[in-house]
Write a protein of this length. Structure first.
Length: 208
């Protein structure tokens, strides 16, 4: 027997001003620098409220886990609080869900373990290092985040993630536009000053 689940990763809090990757691995560790491997990447985010969502994946009943993380660079003090939500499909729609919120960055990932057996039950949550499995024994072998099946290798079939780019664009505009306007204003003022100085120089030259 099997069930269809959907995984959503959402930024709930962050001090990271950069555009970052989110990713997860199913029933296996999430590698260091996972963003270099597209099968683990589910989307990109810029700040609080941004999220990325996997397509539905079919998994067998039993115990499973996901390990999730971001590419935030903790060497300069950046991190993201990521809420991982898992929903199970019932009656043709994704309904009942479980979730956990963990602080993640390049050297610290979060995980949530759950059981599927006619329903969806959270059994564990916490943090792990890159490449390290959580203390949970899954019922089946693992796969990369973009695999369309609960079994198979990390290099499974790649599908297109659903990414809400509206908040990302808005935050980029709010972050980048004011400095650009200020720079344009300064350039216009400098051009006006140069024009005035040239006019004054011409007037003085004509007076002798």
């Amino acid at each position: 027997m099997s069930a269809s689940i959907q995984i959503t990763l959402e930024v709930t809090n962050t001090n990271d001003p950069m555009l970052r990757y989110l990713g997860y691995a199913f029933d296996q560790p999430l590698p260091a620098s996972f963003w270099w491997q597209s099968n683990y990447v589910v989307g990109m985010v810029l700040g609080t409220g941004d999220k990325a969502q996997s397509p539905g994946i079919t998994v067998p009943v039993g115990t499973h886990y996901i390990v999730f993380g971001s590419s935030s660079d903790n060497s300069v003090g950046y991190w993201m609080d990521i809420k991982a939500t898992i929903q199970i499909q019932t009656g043709g729609v994704y309904g009942p869900s479980i979730s956990t919120t963990q602080r993640v960055h390049r050297n610290q990932y979060g995980y949530i373990a759950f059981k599927i057996d006619g329903g969806l039950t959270k059994i564990d949550e916490g943090i792990v290092s890159p490449g390290v499995a959580p203390p949970v024994t899954p019922s089946t072998s693992g796969s990369g985040g973009q695999s369309t099946s609960g079994a198979g290798g990390g290099e499974g079939t790649t599908t297109t993630p659903q990414i809400d780019i509206g908040p990302i664009i808005n935050q980029m505009m709010n972050t980048m536009l004011p400095p650009m306007i200020s720079m344009m204003g300064m350039m216009m003022m400098m051009q006006m000053m140069i024009g005035i100085m040239q006019s004054m120089a011409g007037a003085l030259a004509g007076g002798f």
